[in-house]
Design a protein around this ligand. Structure first.
Ligand code: SF4
Length: 369
């Protein structure tokens, strides 16, 4: 399908395999076997051909999961080769692969680099072994630290680490140890997520939500983290994302800026060709089908409400002059209360949430809408 050149395109590939299912995880994932992975890679390649579009440049590719680093470098290389045949990859495209520390070795890291991966997102989660055990993660803090050093040593100059906070029994001091450890590592980006226990997860059935820190303690930890990361040069650019200047995740920014992307793989979502669509979370169906099945989730993405909601997730905020008169007047009337509460700041035409506002962003955004 060739479309006229109108802005770049992102490609998301959902690699739905994990060695072990973590108790808190609600993502679509299946047990890894080498034959399931081989069938999956073939299906991804067929789907890349199916969506082939040389009319616009691909400026971000993201292998997410699941655990993409369970795929061998050769398999990532096969997918990247098809990407080059079916699309026009921009010269400076950001190509991210999510990796679990336990699956990384120097050989694998070098292989990913040769395949064209230029950004590694490592699922560190914590630098405290007790916390990692509690989360059911199979790596140690030492292994996670080593993985970051190995990636940097092999030549990755754009490394992100994921961490989680507000874990059962966690104190601000314990979180601070993970933050201090991380900020000493050669990395450029940190994603930090507050642990949420979703219905349907093993943690939910075990009642772990009762052990989570109070809202007050969670707020204290989040604000402490924002401050500490800021002091180390990691500026907050989104509710859960921090980076050194120039290292914001280009791919993830597409989601918040309503730029087009195509998702491939079970449960992957797309926003492209003027609609949102998703793929059922069925690995067998995905592997057997010539082209992945899709169902429409939204016919008219990019409503004013959605734009307001997504812009306010970003530190860059919302430009009031982009809104129609009715929305602008309604929001302007409500702003003083939010400014007085310290949740939002206005800078002439621009409004943006403060860290305190990010913490309660869902309520702030519902109030404004
Ligand atoms: S490794 Fe990641 S995707 Fe897999 S089960 Fe754990 S949290 Fe979920």
């Amino acid at each position: 399908m060739n479309t006229p050149m109108h802005g770049g395109l992102g490609i998301y590939i959902h690699v739905p395999f994990c060695a072990v299912k973590c108790g808190y995880c609600s993502f679509c994932s299946f047990p890894y076997t080498s034959s399931a992975a081989a069938g999956f890679v073939d299906a991804v390649i067929r789907n890349l051909k199916h969506y082939s579009d040389k009319g616009r440049p691909v400026d971000s590719v993201y292998f997410g999961g699941g655990t993409p680093s369970l795929l061998r470098a050769g398999q990532i290389e096969d997918i990247m080769s098809e990407l080059h045949r079916s699309f026009v990859l921009s010269e400076n495209a950001e190509v991210t692969l999510e990796a679990n520390p336990g699956t990384l070795s120097r050989d694998r890291i070098n292989g990913y680099l040769s395949a064209g991966i230029n950004r590694l997102s490592i699922g560190v989660q914590s630098l405290d072994d007790e916390e990692l055990k509690l989360l059911g993660r199979t790596h140690s803090a030492e292994r996670a630290v080593k993985a970051v050093y190995e990636a940097a040593d092999c030549g990755f100059s754009n490394i992100s680490c994921d961490i989680m906070l507000a874990l059962p029994g966690q104190t601000t001091d314990q979180l601070d140890k993970t933050i201090s450890g991380l900020t000493e590592l050669p990395l450029q980006h940190i994603s930090a997520y507050i642990l949420k226990i979703e219905d349907g997860t093993a943690f939910f059935s075990r009642g772990v939500q009762r052990l989570l820190p109070s809202d007050e303690l969670t707020a204290e930890m989040y604000l402490h983290m924002v401050r500490r990361l800021g002091e180390s040069g990691f500026q907050q650019y989104e509710v859960s994302n921090f980076s050194l200047p120039g290292y914001e995740s280009r791919h993830n920014c597409r989601y918040w800026m309503l730029e087009d992307y195509i998702g491939i793989g079970p449960s992957a979502h797309s926003c492209c060709y003027g609609r949102r669509f998703a793929v059922p979370d069925d690995i067998e169906d995905f592997t057997k089908s010539n082209a992945q099945r899709e169902y429409i989730t939204e016919d008219t993405p990019g409503t004013a409400e959605e734009r307001i909601m997504l812009s306010l997730r970003l530190r860059s905020g919302l430009q009031l002059s982009m809104l129609d008169d009715e929305d602008r007047e309604r929001i302007e009337k409500k702003l003083p209360a939010l400014e007085n509460a310290g949740y939002c700041v206005r800078n002439s035409d621009n409004i943006s949430l403060t860290p305190e506002g990010f913490l309660v962003s869902n309520s702030v955004i519902s109030y404004l809408l």
